[in-house]
Design a protein around this ligand. Structure first.
Ligand code: PEP
Ligand code: MN
Length: 264
C-alpha cells in the first residue's frame, strides 16, 4: 500500500465529531448576520461555518452565487461567532479570491471532483499554501475518482485533508436526492487510514424530514462529522430551500443523535 494511504495525521485537527453548519448560499449581509445571531441565541455554534459564494447549479438561470462580495460578509461570522469559515472553490480564480479574504477551509464540490483537470487546477493554485481542504465525493459512485482528487491535493503539500460524503446522483431512486451508497465512505476510510469523512445529510436527503435518520446512520457507520445546511428562514432561501433547517432545528437534530452509537 502507498505510504500516504497509511498516514494517521490527516483531518481538520478538531476533537470529536466535526459539526459544519451555515446556509447553502450566502445571500445578503443581513442573512449571514441573522443566521449567526440565531445560532448564538440557540447556543448552537458549529465548529465551522459554511456558506456557498460560487454556486455550481445544475441548470442555468437559478441563483449562481453572490460572488466575491459575499466573502467580505464572512467578517460578520468572525465578529459574532469567531469560528472558521469554509466555502466552495471551483477554479483557480476562486482559490485566489478565497485566500485573499482569509477563508479558513476550502471545499471542492461534487461536480468538480469528477473532473481531474479542474481538481489539478485547484491543487496547483494551492501549492505551498497551508489550508485545510475538504473534497466532496464525485457525482457518480467512483471511489478511485474521490481518492484521486484527495491525492492531487496531497501531492502539492496540503496535509489537512478531509472528505465529505454528499451522496451520488441517481435519477431512478426517488427516496434520496442523492443516494448515500454507504459502502463508498466506509471503503474510503478503509483504503486511506485516518481520512476523516464528514457526512452531508442535507444533500443526500434533499428535505428537512430525513436529515436526522441519515445523520445517525453516518455516525453509526463511523463517519467523523456532519455538514448540515442551516438558514434562519429556510423556506425563503435562494438555493436548496427544501433541505435547509433553522438553527433551532439543527440543535434538536443534534440532540437526538447518539454520537456514541458506532457499529464498527
Ligand atoms: C453545496 O454544498 O451547497 C453544494 C453545492 O454541494 P454539492 O457539491 O454536494 O452539490
Ligand atoms: Mn446546497
Amino acid at each position: 500500500m502507498q505510504d500516504h494511504l497509511q498516514t494517521k495525521d490527516w483531518g481538520l485537527g478538531l476533537k470529536g465529531h466535526t459539526i459544519i453548519a451555515g446556509p447553502c448560499s450566502a445571500e445578503t449581509p443581513e442573512q449571514i448576520e441573522k443566521v449567526c445571531l440565531e445560532m448564538k441565541k440557540e447556543n448552537m455554534v458549529p465548529d465551522i461555518f459554511r456558506a456557498g459564494i460560487w454556486k455550481p447549479r445544475t441548470r442555468p438561470g437559478s441563483f449562481e452565487g453572490i460572488g466575491e462580495d459575499g466573502l467580505k460578509w464572512m467578517e460578520i461570522v468572525r465578529h459574532h461567532l469567531n469560528i472558521p469559515i469554509t466555502t466552495e472553490v471551483g477554479n483557480a480564480a476562486h482559490v485566489e479570491s478565497a485566500l485573499k479574504h482569509n477563508v479558513d477551509v476550502l471545499w471542492v464540490g461534487a461536480r468538480t471532483t469528477v473532473n481531474p483537470f479542474a481538481v489539478q487546477e485547484l491543487a496547483e493554485a494551492l501549492r505551498g499554501v497551508d489550508i485545510p481542504v475538504m473534497v466532496k465525493n464525485p457525482m457518480n459512485p467512483d471511489l478511485q475518482l474521490w481518492i484521486g482528487a484527495l491525492e492531487r491535493f496531497h501531492a502539492v503539500g496540503i496535509n489537512k485533508l478531509a472528505a465529505i460524503h454528499r451522496g451520488f446522483s441517481d435519477s431512478y431512486d426517488k427516496r434520496f436526492r442523492n443516494k448515500p451508497n454507504w459502502s463508498m465512505p466506509i471503503h474510503l476510510k478503509r483504503e486511506w487510514k485516518g481520512m476523516e469523512v464528514i457526512n452531508d445529510p442535507s444533500h443526500i436527503v434533499g428535505n428537512r424530514e430525513g436529515i436526522l435518520e441519515t445523520a445517525q446512520r453516518a455516525i453509526n457507520f463511523g463517519l467523523d462529522g456532519l455538514m448540515i445546511e442551516t438558514h434562519h428562514d429556510p423556506d425563503n432561501a435562494w438555493s436548496d430551500a427544501k433541505q435547509q433547517v433553522t438553527p433551532a432545528k439543527l440543535k434538536e437534530i443534534l440532540s437526538f443523535i447518539d454520537f456514541k452509537n458506532t457499529l464498527e
